[in-house]
Write a protein that binds this ligand. Sequence first.
Ligand code: PEP
Ligand code: MG
Length: 580
Amino acid sequence: MKKLTGISASPGIAIGKPFLYIHEQPTVPRYDISDSEIDSEMDRFRAAVERASCELTDIREQSAGQVDADQLAIIDAHQLMAKDPEFENQILRRLTDDLMNVEWMLHTHEQELLDKLNKADSEALRERSSDLHDVTGRVLNQLLQRERFSLADLTEEVIVIAHDLMPSDAIVMNKDYVKGIAMDGGGPTSHTAILARSFEIPSVLGLTTVTRAVIDSDLIIVDGNHGVILIDPDAETCARYEQQITEWHQREVQLMRLNDLPAETKDGKLIALKANIEVPEEVDAVLSHGADGVGLYRSEFLFMSPGRLPSEEEQYRAYRSVIEAMPDKPVTIRTLDVGGDKVIPQLDGWEERNPILGWRAIRFCLSNRDVFRTQLRALLRAGRHGRLEIMFPMISGLEEMTEAFDFLAEVKKELKGEGVDVPNDLPIGIMIEVPSAAMVADVLARRSHFFSVGTNDLIQYTLAVDRGNERIAYLYEPFHPAVLRMLRLVIDSAHDTGIPVAMCGEMAGDPVATVLLLGLGLDEYSMSAGSIPEVKRIIRSTSVREAEEVVGAAMEMRSFKEVDRFIRRLMEERFGVSIG
Ligand code: PEP
Ligand code: MG
């Protein structure tokens, strides 16, 4: 039996067969050919180019009307590159000179060109390298007849083992068959971790070597409560874990008894506990865990299915289905937050050196008005079916917020002009997840109806720690005094102006943080549905006065270690929170 320790990303225990999910770079075959084989190699090359070109035509047809002219131009440029007679001539020349198979010739041709492009002085030329890679990769895949396995096609229960599962892989995976996840990479607030929690799949990330360690193993235990993986456990260990699974379920059943009770402190303060969702299908879990609404619907996951962007009608139907499934309860839908680790293949026409600090979220939407307009139209139309609230991600200051609010007003006017019934009093809020927004929260609070603190990003940007990087995960510290001071500033600024503050980052669902956040004055917590009952239990067993005393003590401390130690001990001893 082997044991690996990583980062606990989603609680619970799973026992099962490992399934190694690795996208390897294709191994390009290399062999000699004779003169007489040049023609047949060229035939294979032309057929592969033809199939790659058909693929591009399909993508273009599916994207028309969904993406802007610049993005269509990229697809057109790829078509031209693939069918360029000079490209064909160069491959023929190489085949004739080197007498090696066409896959290898294509590969070396690409490598040489990439080398030249990357050394070019002109930025425009350097930028061509991703286009070149895309086109040659497409032709190479056709030559190798390579198809990627999708986790949607699983047919039996497994523990998925991956180097770095992308959120777009996780969103399509067959949730009935994925019992657990173990990954080499990833941090606790990476989007794969967030999805795993939403789908209640026990997961351990940041294991560094799990893909190597599980080779040839038959059984694996994922202990998401303690961030541990056991490979080929003995019978006694299995029995112990089976027992823990039974106890875990019993505890869940007990906690679910709180579903119909309010999250009210002992001194009578009512707190709203809402759920975060990524796909409309999660609404059932939201309702069954007694949520007071949806505090964050991450709309970008609607854009991640392969193929094309969702149309206005598709988006309208998805938003409406969530809003209608929550009668009388508010549903906060966040506009498209593309970028960072959330790659949307149909929109991902750009390469960035530093995507986390790059063209993300509201920045992307404000410069892609067609995509943004389509979404806002769908949202505004869906708004009349219930209690919708709209929220903009990654706002960094007043100008950006004003631009987003003004554009929403413009789209609203446009819809009204078309005779569409649009609600007049939709609450519009912003996420506070960029430190600059936190620092000017007093200014932003004057126009926003509410704030929702995105601690996943706020912590990442405040502490300069990539939230998805397992090597520096030890520095990703929600209880850092800098974070606590920032939270206090945001909450106080909002309250001074009379607007409420929600939190939808993962910190809101961490039971260790519940009392601290209550003491800071947070009005609303939004989290994976499965975390609601435990957070509710804690809120019901404390008072605002006690929570404020805890905050008073924590604010005196100078380092995150000090706060962390203090708060964990308190939550374990006083509130029975199990510390992993
Ligand atoms: C956050 O940053 O805290 C947040 C809720 O948004 P996301 O995790 O989707 O970036
Ligand atoms: Mg965020």
